[in-house]
Design a binder for this molecule. Structure first.
Ligand code: TXA
Ligand code: MG
Length: 323
């Protein structure tokens, strides 16, 4: 088993050495755990694609501890500056034009002329990035198409047989629990390619212009290559917006009135708090998926704020279920 390691200064230094040698380290972020590699090394980045079994056309997010580190790699704009000031470090990824002469691995950006960048808000990730002094390419630390990990143990379970992943840094449960909001700033007007904790209204407020969700704009949804519908797959069939549940089903409940009659129930937030529900979503889906039931039924989630992101993930999980 790959060891789960306490993020002491010595262990962070050791993780940094592993990354310099081209190996992978799993690191906590506030959204989900990431599988990190030196973003400038083709060999290291190739290990990410191999371990995740990820299609090479699906580019990675580049993480840094400071804006200056990203300014060598992307063309920085006033819009980027405004959003960075408002939301970084935090669960927001910006898609920007790649800078000529950027040192990023072509594999990391899947050969695109744009790059997705973010500064994560987790002390362990920031310490590691600072110790390394380089940017890290880091997708969620799960095999392609499965549910993203929100704690160190789920990373350990996902990748049991590999020598490429040397260390899993312990960082506790992820506070946000859903992947970052991705906003494309290279389009005519800003476009959310993946909904997350920071919603369109919050972005529009800072940018002083309307921000749309890609799924509301026809044909635009093709722009985030990784946003194929097949994603976050549980093994059990998942049905959404349910108003009744059968005795052989597991219930993913929300709010003060969970439906009665399920074989097993987990409540995302008994008080109806969407932030709490987001933080619980992936681990509860994993738990219910391990129950001996005929399927999982999910109660409706209000489609506002981070609820939009929860519904996005639930819809993908329902579409991709291996029935
Ligand atoms: O919260 C997060 O963003 C987590 C943590 C670890 O930081 N990372 C994450 O990475 O979710 P991943 O690889 O699972 O998702 C990256 C998404 C993919 O959908 C990919 O297509 C998109 O970012 N992406 C990357 N570069 C892009 C680009 N240049 N243009 C459009 N989409 C891009
Ligand atoms: Mg992912």
């Amino acid at each position: 088993m790959i060891p789960i390691t306490k993020p002491t200064p010595e262990n962070i230094a050791e993780a940094s050495r592993m990354l310099q040698q081209g190996y992978l380290v799993a690191m906590p972020t506030e959204t989900v755990y990431g599988l990190a590699a030196d973003a400038t090394s083709d060999q290291a980045v190739a290990r990410i694609y191999a371990l995740k079994n990820r299609p090479r056309i699906n580019p990675l997010i580049i993480h840094a501890h400071a804006v200056e580190a990203l300014q060598h790699q992307v063309i920085w704009t006033p819009q980027a500056q405004a959003l960075a000031q408002a939301f970084w470090p935090g669960p927001l990824t910006l898609v920007l034009d790649k800078k000529p002469g950027a040192s990023l691995s072509l594999l990391a950006t899947a050969g695109l002329d744009t790059v997705a960048v973010r500064i994560p808000n987790h002390p362990v990730a920031l310490d590691l990035l600072q110790a390394l002094g380089r940017t890290l390419a880091a997708p969620s630390a799960n095999p392609s198409e499965s549910i993203s990990p929100t704690n160190a143990k789920d990373v350990q379970t996902a990748f049991s047989k590999t020598t490429d992943l040397r260390m899993i840094l312990e960082g506790g449960p992820c506070s946000v629990g859903l992947e970052s909001t991705i906003v494309d700033l290279t389009t005519q007007s800003p476009l959310i390619l993946r909904p997350g904790a920071i919603d369109a209204a919050a972005l529009a407020d800072i940018l002083k212009m309307p921000v749309a969700y890609a799924h509301q704009v026809s044909s635009a949804s093709l722009k985030a290559p990784g946003m194929s519908l097949r994603h976050y797959a549980p093994q059990h069939p998942l049905r959404l917006n349910t108003e009744h549940v059968g005795p052989t089903e597991a219930l993913l409940a929300f709010g003060p009135h969970p439906l009665p009659g399920a074989a097993v129930t987990l409540n995302l937030s008994p008080t109806g708090d969407l932030t709490e529900a987001a933080a619980n979503l992936f681990s509860y889906l994993r738990h219910l998926d391990q129950e001996t039931v005929t399927g999982i039924a999910a109660m409706p989630i209000p489609d506002r704020g981070i609820g939009i992101a929860i519904n996005d993930r639930l819809q993908r999980a329902a579409t991709s279920a291996k029935v």
